[in-house]
Design a protein around this ligand. Sequence first.
Ligand code: FMN
Length: 553
Amino acid sequence: MTVSETERPRRLIVCAGTGCVSSDSLDVFDSLRDRLEEDEAGDGVEVHVSGCHGFCEEGPLLRLEPSGVLYTGVDTEDIEEILERTVDRGEIVEDLCYSGPDGQVYAVEESIPFYDGQRRIVLSNSGSIDPGEIASYRAEGGYEPLDRVLTEMDPAEVCAQVKDAGLRGRGGAGFPAGVKWELARDNDSATRYLIANCDEGDPGAFMDRSLVEGDPHRVLEGMAIAGYGIGASQGYVFVRAEYPLAVKRIEAAISAAREAGYLGEDILDSGFSFDIEVKKGAGAFVSGEETALIKSVEGKRGMPEPRPPYPTDSGLWGQPTVINNVETLANVPEIIRRGSDWFADIGTAESPGTKTFAVSGDVQNTGLIEVPMGTTLREIVFDVAGGIDGDGEFKAVQIGGPSGGCLTSEHLDMPLTFDSLEAVGAMIGSGGLVVMDDSNCMVAVARFFLSFTQEESCGKCPPCRLGTARMLEILEAFTDGEADESDLARLERLAEYVSEASLCGLGKTAPSPVQSTLRYFRDEYEAHLEGRCPTGECFAPDETVATPPGGGQ
Ligand SMILES: Cc1cc2nc3c(=O)[nH]c(=O)nc-3n(C[C@H](O)[C@H](O)[C@H](O)COP(=O)(O)O)c2cc1C
């Protein structure tokens, strides 16, 4: 296979998302660059890095432009062949292209079935532009929406456009962004703040990290537009310190945007001033909760506060504050560019737009995806993610991380939206989606998520501090084969108390994985009461439990 003369590679783009970096893609980048410089091979051919393509399972990835050919699983030993055959002769190295389970080779990235059901808005640049080059973002029309906002729109119009688009918060609760902006704006205060939430503490989630690493200017542009809309002059990006690459890229992007006049005093001579600072979180899950996050930005211990007052009335240093997830903000430039009707037409009427999901677990294509809201679980698991990896059968999906719930085969054809998920005891959450085959014990799954929330409970309110600890003890009794009937009843009662009485969302939603596994897999809990783990994950099917059921009490 060869590409035409006009499609001969001019740019070699090495994926520098965290997944590919961890499998040494930067060595590929360095070697390619050195070889091209040293030999003057491929005269005029440039080497760049990009953010995450989402197809993490197949990394390290190398995209060739303008042809759009994608090489997968590239390592430094492939470089000579790539230079000789692809760069010099325009040949496609088929062995490096993705081949599907049926052996079919897909050379061009966009033709790979993984991308078929996807619609990439916030991730449209990730995997192609160089996140370290502001020019690369501008070449895709970046910062034009900000320019337009500052020259043609007043702040109320900006809020109205986002409200009309129906953009709902991507950080979990799905609150309408435009409404939140107006609430802050209507507050009679000379100082207002904006915070972009990139804490992302839930296990299995890496959407926000990948977005910030892959297209940091999109987030900054969304923030500058939001800042103008709500009347803020200072914004913060709250990123967990365990995301060093995201921190590095967003800090570099802030400097570049300041230098180019998109941040700072009198942006683009409009009279509007807005600057952004990065605040690093210390890695506590609860710090992603908005009132705890505010404390953390103020330099205090990240612990939640009762609401009301809501941050739009009294937030950072007591001033009206809008907190939005980074994905929410990353949608804003495109809503300004293409209009609210364009956005409202994507997805469903109540949940317009797209959603990114971090897909992991027992599927062929783990990775980062962006699909229209309303896409079904079946389309995500079996089309985009390529179905179950191995011989197992699909069993369940844990959606929304430790605050979310499980979905089963009966939900495969349900369109995923904020509201449809709530109706079945789950939530989109920030977008973690862990797929499980039938080798997984759902009691062990519930224990895993509860052990996470129990450990992450900040301890401020007793229902969460003590309730999650007691619930975990009971779950451990189940997985040790030592629980009895009364434990099941206590578990259900405690789950209700904890979710009703806890101070913040962490405690209120901590019981969800337990409640939803009880709802859909009660038989597995009951089997454990009989000293049997149906999958053998907690103890082997033929293992006699040393203590008879209830003997642990
Ligand atoms: C325990 C807990 C952790 C949270 N973590 C995050 C997070 O990492 N990122 C996020 O955007 N929202 C998180 N949230 C939700 C935030 O409190 C808040 O609703 C969100 O940032 C608002 O942005 P949005 O309206 O754009 O979704 C968390 C909530 C709870 C209860």
